[in-house]
Design a protein around this ligand. Structure first.
Ligand code: S2G
Ligand code: ZN
Length: 452
């Protein structure tokens, strides 16, 4: 297959290769692609789609393979289309503060390129060293700076995408203003490869921020976190407002041999980042929070190295709990709902599954909570995943009751596909299926992901 349109080096069928490129960071799903192909330019992506249509082949796009909802898992003989060889930064225009990347450019490479131009790509998260901009577009990746800079969607000025008909669409081409009809960019962003294959991305860059300070605060109760957020938010511009539970801190400290950030452990911790020039305002806010009893203790970075060390406490959580093959929920509610929602879910899990360790962390400043239930050692991954799935409807009922989202930033993929109705009405799902039929009439684009 594909020999007549790709070079030998661009086609892999060895079992080891299929096992590597046929999955992402999600556990518990069958991995069984038929072949992995590595296009090098847009024309070859068009050829691959045309070939797939003619031969009734199904395509699974693959970027950095850091997905957490099975969006890049090929379990049924699909063709994996890897963008590893489409990893060039094609153009930079200082006037537009715009950089054009092939889909396979690693997020961190883009961040470093922006910094070399004295600019800043502000979407950041723990997997930025491996994820690719094409995959970030496919899931509308969020991460740790959303509170100040928004999500991937807010920084994409143009896309070249091959849809399921084999059409290479040039969406918006970097324009700031464009009022000529539907903006298809925003359909493809977050579509998880189900409408088309992202080939090139025009990314708008931000002016570089001033040096940042990082603060870690000990917080006794979840409700206090929102009071702390309000107190700091009223006095300065937050670049990040993250939280994690004491269990999360315990796992990261053990995994990375990190010191305690504060003298005593606390039930919860807030990690804040803000401009260095706002130190005085930050210290004022800190003192107000301590007086109010919302904060018990705190530390502020004295150097860039210490700021990075404090960030490790938050960014290291995902990797540190991976050995427990956690059942992941990536939930969002409006910020006002966070304390009661978190208490509801915590109560449900502790009552229903007292022997499970629950690890809470996330981007509480934008209402995004990561609920990771750790697998008890004695339980098999299969049984545990089944239990996790069995728990989901009850948790998603709590999400639905607060008009929240069952997937805040990781996407739906395979993991949450069967629960879409908790966040999308029947009318919306019908429209999504109509769009899928329009953009992918042969049903070859990442079939079975996002939509049943
Ligand atoms: C985070 C990373 C993936 C996870 O740490 O913010 O989005 O849920 C997560 O472990
Ligand atoms: Zn996250």
């Amino acid at each position: 297959m594909f020999e007549n349109i790709l070079g030998d080096r661009q086609i892999k069928t060895a079992p080891d290769d299929l096992a590597v490129w046929g999955k992402d960071w999600t556990n518990g799903f069958e991995v069984a692609p038929s072949v992995v192909v590595f296009p090098e330019d847009n024309a070859q992506v068009v050829d691959i789609v045309d070939y797939a249509i003619a031969n009734e082949l199904r395509l699974v796009p693959s970027g950095g393979r850091t997905g957490l909802s099975g969006g890049a898992v090929a379990g049924n003989g699909e063709v994996v289309v890897s963008f590893d060889r489409m990893n060039r930064i094609l153009e930079f225009n200082a006037e537009d503060r715009l950089v054009t990347c092939q889909a396979g450019v690693v997020t961190q490479t883009l961040q470093e390129f922006a910094s070399d131009q004295g600019l800043f790509y502000p979407v950041d998260f723990a997997s930025a060293g491996s994820s690719q901009i094409g995959g970030n577009v496919a899931t509308n990746a969020g991460g740790i700076k959303v509170i100040r800079y928004g999500l991937t969607r807010d920084w994409i000025a143009g896309l070249r995408v091959v849809d399921g008909r084999g059409e290479l669409l040039n969406c918006n081409a970097g324009l700031v203003k464009n009022a000529t009809g539907y903006d298809f960019r925003h359909l493809f962003i977050g579509s998880e490869g189900t409408l088309g294959l992202v080939c090139e991305v025009d990314v708008r860059l931000a002016p570089a921020p001033e040096p940042q300070l990082v603060m870690v605060l000990g917080v006794p109760r979840v409700a206090d976190l929102l009071d702390v957020l309000k107190t700091f938010g009223a006095r300065l511009t937050l670049s990040a407002f993250e939280f994690f539970s004491d269990l999360a801190l315990e796992k990261v400290r053990a995994h990375r041999m990190l010191p305690m950030p504060l003298e005593d452990s606390q039930p919860f911790y807030a990690l804040l980042e803000f401009d260095g020039s706002a130190l005085e305002a930050g210290m004022g806010a800190f003192e107000s929070c301590v007086e109010a009893g919302w904060v018990t203790d705190g530390v502020v970075s004295q150097s860039e190295a210490q700021a990075q060390a404090l960030w490790q406490l938050r960014e290291g959580i995902s990797e540190s709990i991976a050995p427990y093959t956690p059942y992941k929920n990536d939930l969002s509610v409006c910020i006002r709902e966070v304390p009661d929602f978190l208490a509801d879910v915590d109560k449900f899990v502790n009552e229903s599954y007292p022997d499970f360790e629950v690890c809470w962390y996330g981007h509480i400043g934008d209402g995004n909570l990561h609920l990771n239930i750790l697998r008890p050692e004695a339980m098999s991954v299969e049984d545990f995943m089944a239990k996790g799935h069995a728990m989901s409807p009850r948790i998603f009922e709590l999400v639905k009751a607060r008009q929240g989202s069952i997937s805040a930033e990781h996407g739906v993929g395979l993991l949450k596909r069967d629960f879409l109705e908790y966040s999308k009405s029947a009318a919306e799902i019908e429209l999504m299926q109509g769009l899928k039929a329009l953009f992918d009439p042969h049903q070859i684009m990442n079939p079975g992901k996002l939509l049943p």
